[in-house]
Each structure stands twice: as structure tokens, then as C-alpha cells.
Write a protein that binds this ligand. Structure first.
Ligand SMILES: [Zn+2]
Length: 379
């Protein structure tokens, strides 16, 4: 595997060029046309690296790019799913204000760290394997989505279907500081609590009304108390609205909640408590809408075993692989909740995800490509 390193070091300049090119095609999640411009480039490049590539429309987002390598050591094995996204949180025009800059050690630019560097890492890992005569152990499916930054509303089903057909999943989100993998992530739920009452004139016949604002307000302290400090479960009533005018008894009110939990048990506890809320006024009604669109990613025994294997492989490469947990969610939450062993945080080292100072360490393009190539070869 020493030849991997030498090959990848010779690619340093090309990696920087490719990353610059990917960043200079701006890809905010909700711009289908811009997304497709990058999807087209990825399709062409991955096909050039020997993959069978398909593009799946995902309106209103850009196309999902799926690339499959089947000339592998054991084509009959279950595939490995390598999961990425090409959309970024940056609106069009960010690049003009903050163009790509490169020095000896870092490349900075919008989307570099989350996660356009990962596009480079995946293609370089697969190229490195073929150039050094090493093959992936099992078929490789690379899936590059376009709506991750807005919670994967449209790609979720496709991701889940692909994960269920796979032996394990490697997610190339940015790592923790220093390169540690993300082995557990909080689940995120979005819920809306709606109260329905009855409108009436606040001056003429207030007794005929049922005030939905008052009804909703009665439940909010208990809802906020569903959080658990010890288990770090949070329930945040974050947005509230209701009523039609000051002098009308409010017929309607609603509150949007952000719920986060480390474990599926905690997520279930909060969700069932919300669904069990019953109105206090006999003529009011309460309606709960929402779900954990990102279920908690727990470090399951199967994922822990995969992590141990990856750590050992990294050690053979002279790399130290640590891991930790984070409050934010990713597509790894989806695949892990299905029970498919998942490793996340395999992207380039750097800092400033979703921030002005976003940049990556150029050396890590080499080390992470090497790690991914070795994981594809061995796992
Ligand atoms: Zn990301």
C-alpha cells in the first residue's frame, strides 16, 4: 500500500486544481440549474475513472449522481456505499465576494470543507486503486446528492434504498477538528403544535369564542420541559404565530419545535409525549405534525466494529484515527438508523463549515484519499 501514497503525492497539484474547479461552480441547494452544471462535470469525470454513472432528477434540486464500480475483487459481495453531497449552504455570488485562495498548506473557498474536497477525495481514491493495481474488495457505489444542506427531503428515500442494499456506508462529511470521525450524531426532529379554537368578536360576544393562543400557551411550559438535561435532549419552541387581529378571539395558533436527542429511545419518548397532548379546553383541539427527519445516529455494535477495523487500517498507513460525537446531523443519521454500519467524517481536514473562514488542509486531500482507498480495498 506504500505505492498508494507515492501515487497520491504525485497528484497534489491536480487535486488542488480539481477542487478549485468544483468550488468555482457554485451549487446552492435550491438552484437546480447550477447543481446540474456540477452534476454534469462529475458524471463525465467519474465515467472517465471507469464507473457506470447515472443521473437521477431530483426537482427542485440538481440531479443525484450515482457511480458504480463493479470490476472488483469479489463482484458477488454486497457493495459499499460512499455517500456525499455537492450542494452547499452558500448563495450565488459568495464566490465573487470570497474567491478561492491557495497557499502552501491551505485552500480556502465557499464549500471547500463541506464538502467539495470530498468529491476530489473519492475520485482520487478510486483512481489511485486502479493506477496501483489494487482493487476495491467489493462493488463500490458512490452516491452524490444535492439536497443534504436542507435536510435531504427529496433524496432520503433513494439514500435509504441504496444503504439497505449495501454492506456498509462511508460518509464523507467533514471530520471533527484534527480529523476525528463522527461516530455519533444527535437526531433532529421538526414538529409543529397547532391549536384550533373558535373565532368571535372580542368585544361583542367573547363568550362564544375559544382562544387558540391561550390553549397553545397552556401547553408550552410542559412541552419545553420534555427536554432532559442529563441526557442532553433538547426541545426548543423556536417559532410561534397565531390569531388574526387584536380584537378577535384567536381561532388558530401554532408553534414550531426543534427537538434533538442522542438516542432513538429519547427521540421516541419525546415524540410520543407530543402526540399524547390533549386539549385543556373542552372545545379546543390540538394537532401535532412532524417527525425526526434525521433519526439519532448511535454508535451501534456493528458500526463500532467497522470503526475498529478502519482504525486498524489507518494505523497501518501511519495515520491515527480518533472519533467523537456531534450535535449536528447528516445523511449518516439516515443510514445508521436503518442498522447499516456507517462511518462518517471521512472528508478532508479543515475548519469553518458554514462559516466565512471555510478552508481545508491540502495535505489531507492526500491522506484522506489514501485512507479511503485503503478502506475500499480492505473492508
Ligand atoms: Zn455536508
Amino acid at each position: 500500500m506504500q505505492s498508494l501514497r507515492a501515487h497520491l503525492e504525485s497528484r497534489r497539484g491536480r487535486m488542488v486544481d480539481a477542487l478549485r474547479r468544483y468550488i468555482e461552480l457554485e451549487t446552492p441547494s435550491r438552484d437546480r440549474e447550477l447543481g446540474n452544471a456540477l452534476a454534469g462535470l462529475l458524471e463525465e469525470r467519474l465515467a472517465g475513472y471507469g464507473a457506470a454513472v447515472t443521473r437521477t432528477p431530483l426537482p427542485p434540486f440538481g440531479d443525484v449522481v450515482t457511480a458504480r464500480w463493479t470490476e472488483v475483487a469479489d463482484p458477488a459481495e454486497k457493495p459499499v456505499l460512499v455517500l456525499l453531497h455537492y450542494d452547499t449552504v452558500w448563495p450565488v455570488g459568495t464566490l465573487a465576494a470570497r474567491p478561492v485562495t491557495v497557499d502552501d498548506t491551505h485552500l480556502a473557498g465557499p464549500g471547500a470543507y463541506d464538502m467539495k474536497a470530498s468529491l476530489v477525495i473519492v475520485e482520487e481514491a478510486l483512481l489511485a486503486l486502479s493506477r496501483t493495481g489494487l482493487t476495491p474488495k467489493r462493488p463500490v457505489t458512490v452516491m452524490i446528492t444535492s439536497d443534504e444542506e436542507v435536510g435531504s427531503p427529496e433524496s432520503r428515500r433513494a439514500i435509504e434504498a441504496e444503504a439497505l442494499a449495501s454492506n456498509h456506508v462511508l460518509v464523507l462529511e467533514p471530520p471533527l477538528a484534527g480529523g476525528a470521525l463522527k461516530s455519533a450524531r444527535k437526531g433532529v426532529g421538526r414538529f409543529v403544535v397547532r391549536a384550533h379554537g373558535r373565532a368571535a368578536h372580542a368585544g361583542l360576544e367573547p363568550e362564544k369564542g375559544v382562544n387558540a393562543i391561550v390553549e397553545l400557551a397552556r401547553h408550552l411550559p410542559a412541552i419545553a420541559d420534555l427536554g432532559d438535561k442529563t441526557l442532553e435532549t433538547t426541545v426548543n419552541p423556536g417559532l410561534i404565530s397565531g390569531g388574526t387581529s387584536r380584537n378577535t378571539v384567536a381561532a388558530f395558533a401554532e408553534c414550531e419545535l426543534d427537538v434533538r436527542a442522542w438516542t432513538i429511545a429519547e427521540a421516541d419518548r419525546v415524540e410520543s409525549a407530543l402526540r399524547a397532548i390533549s386539549p385543556q379546553h373542552p372545545e379546543a383541539s390540538i394537532e401535532i405534525e412532524g417527525s425526526f427527519h434525521r433519526p439519532p445516529m448511535e454508535l451501534t455494535p456493528a458500526s463500532a466494529a467497522l470503526l475498529d477495523q478502519a482504525t486498524a487500517i489507518a494505523e497501518e498507513l501511519g495515520q491515527t484515527l480518533k472519533h467523537g460525537r456531534v450535535g449536528g446531523a447528516s445523511d449518516a443519521n439516515l443510514t445508521s438508523a436503518l442498522g447499516v454500519p456507517t462511518l462518517d467524517g471521512l472528508g478532508a481536514l479543515g475548519e469553518g463549515a458554514h462559516a466565512q473562514n471555510e478552508k481545508i488542509e491540502i495535505d489531507s486531500l492526500i491522506s484522506r484519499s489514501e485512507l479511503l482507498a485503503a478502506l475500499l480495498h480492505r473492508l
